[in-house]
Design a protein around this ligand. Structure first.
Ligand code: SF4
Length: 332
């Protein structure tokens, strides 16, 4: 089964907040608010490219805070998705803020086909949330998570790394809380300095220093390993590169890389191999599932080159019997 998401971006339409890092139109690359007919067109267009067998399809409303929209707008959007493709989609995913969740809202979501709710928790540290001007506290995440789980929905808790006054320990503690709160999914977003935000001013004044790319990749890899060990699926590390981020017009500083997720996966695999590979003249023949091969070899073959430079010979091969992250090494 292959998983397909049909992404629909809702810019900060409903959001009266101004988190210090956020300028949604730069981050999503979109500032036009979709109409129901737009949603239906997007879904129809995506579905025409998705095979009708062996596929799991979800419509995913990303961007702003879905449940901050007026209830009738939320309902209309969800109904637009259901009416277009109820027989083809396996669920609807929304993302929102923790303080925009109530039992009544969640009831409406369930009645209109939502199966997964992702909350932008960002941090479970009160000071970090305050400085980020999030407008909510850790307890909002705790209360909202319980409401979502009580309604039988799949809970996702997104986190950010590198926010002002955040530390590695605080990030690890946030990850621990995410696991304890019963999340089944997460996303890890490194903080970037985006034009026209409060963070951009702080950065210009020297009051904020973003994580380096290496620091962000390293911390993300540690967090991914922790989440994997605790059966929380990491759906994504790094922002989706919008045109504004890619061409640099919205991006000022921070650990942005168009292939951030690949860098993280490459590091995770490199650290796994590092513990068991043996130096030349032994040849380390690593076998893995086909879909893990690229990450194991590394972004732009970085892992292969890394071991070569250390005089360690590593070859990578597929073994179709292997599933998930399983692998073995033949020493020759
Ligand atoms: S709540 Fe979300 S959309 Fe609103 S300012 Fe913060 S990050 Fe942006």
């Amino acid at each position: 089964m292959r998983h397909y998401n049909i992404p629909i971006f809702i810019p900060e339409l409903a959001c009266p907040h101004r988190c210090v890092f956020c300028n949604q139109s730069y981050i999503t690359g979109q500032s036009i608010i979709p109409k129901c007919v737009d949603i239906q067109n997007i879904i129809t267009q995506y579905l025409s490219t998705i095979p009708s067998v062996d596929s799991v399809v979800q419509v995913a409303f990303f961007g702003g805070s879905f449940t901050g929209l007026p209830l009738d707008v939320q309902r209309n959007y969800l109904q637009a998705a259901l009416q277009t493709a109820q027989d083809r989609i396996d669920g609807i995913r929304i993302s929102t803020r923790p303080d925009y969740i109530t039992p009544e809202i969640v009831k409406m979501l369930v009645e209109n086909g939502v199966t997964h709710v992702e909350l932008g928790a960002q941090s479970m540290d009160a000071e970090v949330l305050k400085l980020a001007n999030r407008g909510h506290e850790p307890y909002h995440v705790i209360v909202a998570s319980q409401i979502i789980l009580d309604a039988g929905l799949v809970l996702g808790l997104q986190m950010m790394i590198g926010l002002p006054e955040d530390t590695r320990d605080k990030a690890l503690n946030t990850a621990e809380q995410i696991v304890k709160l019963g999340a089944k999914e997460t996303r890890i977003y490194p903080t970037l300095v985006i034009r026209d935000t409060a963070l951009a001013n702080w950065w210009k004044q020297g009051r904020y220093k973003p994580l380096s790319l290496d620091e962000a990749v390293d911390l993300s890899a540690t967090l991914c390993n922790y989440f994997n060990q605790n059966q929380v699926t990491v759906l994504r590390t790094g922002l989706y590169p919008s045109e504004d981020l890619n061409n640099g017009s919205g991006f000022l500083a921070g650990p942005f890389h168009p292939n951030f997720n690949e860098l993280v996966m490459s590091l995770i695999w490199r650290l796994r191999f590092e513990k068991i590979v043996k130096p030349s003249p032994i040849v380390n023949e690593v076998f893995l599932a086909a879909n893990k091969l690229n990450h194991a070899i590394g972004f732009k073959k970085s892992n292969k080159q890394y071991f070569n430079q250390k005089n360690i010979i590593v070859n990578f091969s597929m073994d179709n019997q292997l599933k998930g992250d399983d692998f073995y090494v033949d020493y020759r």
